[in-house]
Design a protein around this ligand. Structure first.
Ligand code: SAH
Length: 391
């Protein structure tokens, strides 16, 4: 196996189980590596650090899967990881038939995402190295999970970073284009080929449950960036008198309407508009709400876009605060790893100064536990939510 030596000092973070080696951190190779090849990573003194796979063209050049000399990357290792991920998910006793089974580095399988919708699995291969091991992954999934079908979802963003084209379509068995999943007492349509992510925002499950208990009968609620209505439905189910749900995608709103119908939740107002414009209009009209929730798409896909993303969040928070009643609640999420909770605190402080309000923090949330946050791997924490009472 090809040997990769890292520069002096780099071993420190790797010995704390940080699983990435960036290209400039590599001192030498024992020979020129092939894209996706398995490698042994060694420190400057030649001591073993771990086994991984390499993509010499990518900024994150090596992703480590094993820090144990006895555990090389084999089919057995992949299967073992999938098995323990599955055991962990079962131990969570999630009240749903849809969950994330593999969360990439969060399950020590960098480059692999697997979501389960009832008896069907949706997979994404997001690195060249993991894509090369796709046959192992599929065989292991069949052995461990025994799904009725597996669908592979394309991810356009990967081409730029990893230099390969991801594929889309059924790769095993049968997968209907639309599946109805259950989460607690609500059902949702998941359109796998057309939906965002793998079809549903599973990661917001914990947040949906917080919103469910925050909303009191008679509340007026605004769900901004509602997508297929995960939050809007919970607001209505909690007894909200009025729910306005806004998104720019007519396709997502159509599914949202179907979801409301499926659950006999009438009266949600679905609005197809740009969220920023719509909130400005509500403010001009003097409309206010007991709860304003904003779950925007990732404004910061990389470090360089953080400043402009923060301006976007600030703008959103100002507009949101304008339409929250005094004593009402504002909730904001960020699904970008690059935007930290501290960033959101500062954005909220800045926005509150502009509109002259105090903000009392009443809760915080992260992605739900089937999207594991491994403390040693910072990017496994990506979804943050701050819940404030507007005084
Ligand atoms: N809250 C949703 C997930 C939101 S994802 C849920 O829990 O399911 C982000 C959503 O923002 C997407 O549905 C996307 O269509 C929408 N979106 C992106 N830009 C927008 C804009 N400028 N105005 C309104 N919606 C927008």
């Amino acid at each position: 196996m090809i040997q990769v030596r890292v520069k002096p000092g780099i071993e420190e973070k790797l010995r704390s189980y940080f699983p990435w080696v960036y290209r400039p951190e590599i001192a030498s190779y024992s020979r020129k590596p092939q894209k996706g090849e398995h490698v042994v990573v060694r420190d400057a003194g030649g001591h073993f650090i771990g086994y991984g796979y390499i993509n010499p063209d990518a900024n994150i050049s090596v992703r480590l899967l094993s820090f144990n000399k006895e555990k090389k990357i084999t089919y057995e290792l992949i299967k073992e990881r999938i098995e323990s991920a599955y055991i962990y998910r079962k131990s969570l006793s999630l009240d749903t038939d849809a969950f994330r089974l593999i969360h990439s580095e969060g399950d020590f399988l960098p480059g692999l995402v697997v979501d389960v919708y009832r008896s069907h699995a949706v997979v994404e291969f997001t690195t060249f190295g993991m894509n090369l091991m796709r046959d192992w992954v599929i065989s292991a999934l069949l052995e461990v999970l025994k799904p009725a079908g597996i669908y592979e979802k394309k991810n356009e963003y990967i081409q730029k970073i990893e230099g390969f084209e991801t594929q889309e379509g059924i790769i095993y068995g049968d997968v209907p284009p639309e599946i109805i999943i259950r989460e607690k007492d609500l059902n949702y349509y998941v359109n796998i080929p057309q939906g965002q992510k793998t079809g549903f925002y599973l990661d917001q499950r914990r947040a949906r449950s917080i919103i469910r208990s925050l909303v009191k009968p008679g509340f007026t609620c605004l769900d901004v960036f509602c997508h297929t209505g995960g939050f809007a439905l919970n607001m209505k189910k909690a007894g909200a008198k009025e729910v306005i749900a806004v998104d720019i995608s007519s396709q997502a709103l159509e599914v949202g309407k179907k979801n409301a119908h499926l659950n006999n939740l009438d009266g949600i107002v679905w609005v197809e508009e740009n969220a920023f414009d719509f909130m400005r209009k509500l403010h001009r009209e003097g409309q206010t709400f007991d709860l304003v929730l904003m779950d925007p798409p990732s404004f910061a896909k990389n470090k360089a876009s953080v400043p402009s993303a923060l301006r976007g969040y600030k703008e959103l928070c100002v507009r949101g605060l304008h339409v929250v009643k005094r004593g009402g609640y504002l909730v904001i999420y960020s699904c970008s790893f690059h935007i930290t909770a501290e960033h959101l605190f500062q954005v909220l402080v800045d926005a509150a100064r502009d509109v002259g309000r105090h903000l009392r923090v009443i809760n915080m949330s992260f992605q739900d536990l089937d999207h594991p946050w491994i403390l040693q791997v910072p990017n496994t924490l990506y979804l943050k939510g701050i819940y404030v009472e507007v005084l």
